[in-house]
Design a protein around this ligand. Structure first.
Ligand code: BMA
Length: 855
């Protein structure tokens, strides 16, 4: 019988040759297993916390030193008697040489590959010793770079391009340089006679939604004569009638089951249906009926297509995901590794992250190519769609033979590991490597046929030959050459094809966020805006150093890795806000700015989802949902899982029903000659979106306020929101705004509030549109606002109301943090809002808002 025993106890580590980490020959017990060196040194108080102050730079020697881990484990007589005994390493980071009882059994050189070494011949009864010696990946990488040549990249040290290791370890524009080292995944002793090397469950769900399931089994030996029993079970553990016993021929077997539509429950991403899970249970026995191995594989069934077809009214092709014949607007996030120290991540932390995603009304997450193929637990609990990159990012990667061999193995293993997860709907070859190639002019898009390995863009071989053939061979998931990628022969910035990274807000041409509508693409898989995290997170990294508590301080500069971040933050602030510059205010203003920027992207792009044949934009994935350490970045939730206000603003835009507005000025000249004679009218447009599959009758109510008088105007109308699309609801002059004939005529400060109400008066969606830029607004005196922030009697929510419109409310409370249900709130008279406040415990809430007297 095949038995796997995880070796989790009695691990020790040492710095090879001794040094700042341990004395020569000093072995420290590890605090957890799997683990990596920094984590252990920190626990043993041999290094300062690299997440505080400038400490990142105090620990750089760790990644340039060599380390060893050792383990002694007992072997029983039964284990010793097994026909085969292997040591299985799920993940070693990265260059390791492994000795077992004094014999060299393995050399490794990729963090992304699992290794197996036969050890039967060295196994002893009683104590056995395993020693894993790791050499510095940084130094090894530099050697490889010297041998094979320096290549171009964005982010990190160029030697990373030669090393199959999480690329963000080398430092990124949101992450510190922390070169982890050690056994980062489980290590096990595997005893067996014959075992199942592969259980490949494929399901073909037809357009009519009948399901054909095939289960292909492969054994470690080409044995014949045994029996394989294959059972399909539902989540409730009931056996689905299915063929069960099959003969094993030459080490493999195949079972096939087919089901009529409706016989199996299909998997849907959250928001569209349930996520039923099934299991395939496999038992292999020899000809005498002795069980050799068993395996349980979780599976789900769904039909997924990446639809790229002509649009009825625009150029190019759609780029959209269809699940079980439903076309889905993907509103979601990009995901980076959730920690610089991966082995500190727990299933609970993963669960909490993915809960935040779902609670934020998001339905897709992109596992970005500069991190890791995530742990199984991530995909196991993921109820949203997953866009999965291969782990290459922002680089001119090589494709020499030894490198390619590692890539092939990595791709095969990870495709096999991930393919059964129903959430994964696309594999992309890399992150931005074609973009990097375009930027240095090394891509020849007219060439689709050459081998590429001898060109300046050798990795086209990987992205256009190796990876697609591996994906095709081992799974049924769609393959896309890169993120972003338009189409063969077309630059990655084409907005009418494929996916798009729209960085012309922040990076690139630094457009105003108000231009998101003209910056749209068919599927925007990256775009972003920075914002400071919660002040508690800032105070955490300042670690009590009050002298550094100002936005431009050295420590704050080290906790923002984006080049030009001060210029860019300030550009977007100064163009739009009259703002203050003390630490707390800077946190506030950058957060409101981030929320405005990102919410308007989702608002405008969801409007572009206009129904079948008019899916002008089919997805928006913000860069980025999370952080790997406490820092200021584009993240919408910080390292400590404190959501920034932008998270809530996005979540409002991704509700089932939303209402959106734009206000645009139209200047018409009296004739072709005069520049002085013109009229400026202000046009208001209102639309609604409906993320459900049925049409929705509702009432649109539009109320206009003048910030400086008691004038208001209201109109309402019955409307019908078309299913699964946006619907235009109104276009006309902005009420209360006179036509202007001179540039010196200052427009009135009209605030428009739109709400969608159902028959019972429940608010389905609301949105306020304010005159912009906000910096021109003369806000009323605080005493005239009639602003009330009232803590409820149970102390766990607050009611907000006002007599004047108020923009950009961010709530907080003195002391311990509170879990707010909403932030970056706009308030208008007559429409009070209740915000849940878990952990407020009856305290008074404090509110910041535009015009709160700080600037
Ligand atoms: C994108 C990403 C990352 C980067 C981000 C912000 O291009 O793919 O490489 O962190 O931009 O610059």
């Amino acid at each position: 019988m095949s038995i796997t025993r995880s070796l989790t106890q009695d691990w020790f580590f040492t710095q090879v040759g001794g040094g700042r980490g341990t004395k020569n020959g000093e072995w420290l017990a590890v605090s957890q297993f799997p683990t990596t060196v920094h984590v252990e040194l920190l626990k043993a108080e041999r290094i300062p916390d690299p997440f505080l102050g400038l400490n990142e730079w105090e620990v750089q020697w760790v990644g340039e030193s060599d380390w060893a881990f050792k383990n002694t484990f007992e072997v029983s007589a039964k284990e010793l008697a097994a026909i085969n005994v292997d040591l299985v390493f799920d993940g070693l980071d990265t260059f390791a040489s492994v000795e077992f009882n004094g014999h060299k059994i393995l050399d490794t050189n990729s963090q992304f590959i699992a290794y197996r070494a036969p050890v039967k011949q060295y196994l002893k009864l009683g104590a056995n010793e395993l020693v894993i010696s790791f050499s510095s990946a940084f130094l090894k990488g530099r050697e490889l770079e010297q041998a094979h040549g320096k290549l171009h990249l964005w982010n990190g040290d160029s030697s990373r391009l030669h090393v199959r290791k999480a690329q963000y370890n080398y430092g990124w524009d949101w992450g510190p340089v922390l070169m982890t080292i050690g056994p980062w995944k489980p290590i096990a002793l595997h005893t067996y006679n014959v075992y199942l090397t592969d259980v490949d469950v494929r399901s073909d769900v037809s357009e009519a939604l009948d399901v054909l399931v095939t289960v292909d089994l492969t054994l470690s030996e080409k044995a014949t004569g045994g029996l394989a029993s294959v059972t399909l079970k539902s989540a409730q553990d009931s056996v689905i009638p299915s063929e069960s016993n099959i003969e094993v021929g030459s080490g493999s077997a195949r079972a096939e089951f087919s089901f009529l539509p409706g016989a199996l429950e299909l998997w849907y991403p959250v928001g569209f249906g349930k996520q039923p899970l099934y299991t395939v249970e496999v038992t292999i026995s020899d000809s005498e009926g002795n069980v050799l191995d068993t395996k349980t594989q979780r599976v789900s069934f769904r039909r997924v297509r990446v639809v790229q077809e002509p649009l009825v009214d625009q150029e190019g092709l759609t780029f959209l995901f269809e699940v079980n014949n439903i076309r889905i607007f993907c509103g979601g996030s990009n995901w980076i590794p959730a920690d610089s120290f991966l082995t500190t991540l727990t299933p609970e932390r993963y669960r909490a992250w993915l809960r935040l995603l779902v609670d934020g009304n998001q339905n897709m997450v992109r596992v970005w190519g500069g991190g890791i193929y995530e742990y199984d637990v991530f995909y196991d609990i993921c109820d949203v769609l997953v866009w999965q990159d291969f782990m290459f990012g922002c680089g001119q990667y090589p494709a020499y033979d030894s490198f390619l061999k590692l890539v092939e193995l990595e791709a095969e293993q990870n495709v096999k590991r991930l393919r059964h997860h129903p959430s994964i709907v696309i594999f992309a070859g890399n992150n931005e490597d074609y973009q990097l190639a375009e930027s240095i002019n090394i891509v020849d898009y007219s060439d689709e046929t050459s081998d590429f390995r001898k060109t300046k863009f050798p990795a086209r071989y990987i992205y256009e030959r190796t990876l697609p053939s591996i994906v095709q061979k081992f799974c049924d998931i769609h393959y896309h050459r890169s993120s972003p990628y338009s189409a063969p022969g077309t630059v990655t910035t084409d907005k009418t094809l494929g996916d798009l990274h729209q960085w012309n807000v922040w990076h690139g041409s630094q457009e105003p966020w108000h231009n998101w509508d003209i910056l749209a693409g068919r599927f925007v898989s990256e775009f972003g805006m920075e914002g400071y995290p919660n002040i508690r997170t800032v105070d955490y990294w300042l670690a009590g150093d009050k002298s550094e508590r100002y936005p431009q301080s050295r420590v704050n500069n080290n906790h923002n890795k984006a080049s030009g971040f001060e210029r860019r933050l300030e550009l977007y602030l100064v163009e739009n806000f009259k703002h203050a510059f003390d630490m707390d205010s800077y946190v506030y203003y950058t957060q409101v700015m981030q929320a405005e920027t990102l919410a308007s992207a989702y608002r405008l792009w969801r409007r572009n989802w206009r129904g079948k044949g008019r899916e002008h934009t089919a997805g928006a994935l913000v860069w980025q949902i999370n952080d790997c350490w406490p820092t200021t970045s584009w993240a919408i939730i910080d390292y400590f899982m404190r959501p920034k206000p932008a998270y809530f603003a996005i979540s409002r835009e991704l509700r089932q029903y939303t209402v959106g507005m734009t206000r645009k000025e139209k200047k018409i000249f009296a004739n072709d000659l005069s520049a002085a004679q013109f009229t400026i009218t202000t046009v208001l447009e209102v639309w609604g979106t409906n993320g459900t599959l049925s049409e929705k009758k509702a009432k649109l109510e539009v109320t206009c306020f003048d910030l400086h008088s008691s004038w208001t105007e209201r109109f309402s109308k019955d409307i019908v929101l078309a299913p699964n699309s946006s619907t235009e609801l109104y276009s006309g002059d902005l009420p209360g705004q006179p036509v202007r004939t001179k540039q010196s005529e200052v427009p009135r400060a009209i605030i428009v509030s739109a709400r969608l109400l159902d028959a019972s008066g429940t608010v389905l969606g609301r949105h306020s549109n304010w005159p912009e830029p906000f910096k021109f607004i003369k806000f009323p005196a605080i005493k005239d606002l009639g602003f009330s922030v009232k803590t409820s009697s149970d102390g766990e929510s607050v009611e907000l109301s006002a007599q004047k419109p108020i923009k950009g409310i961010i709530l907080d409370a003195e002391g311990e943090d509170v879990e707010w249900s909403d932030q970056a709130i706009d308030l208008v008279p007559g429409d009070p809002q209740i915000v849940k406040a878990v952990g407020l415990k009856g305290r008074d809430a404090m509110a910041r808002f535009l015009g709160d007297g700080t600037a």
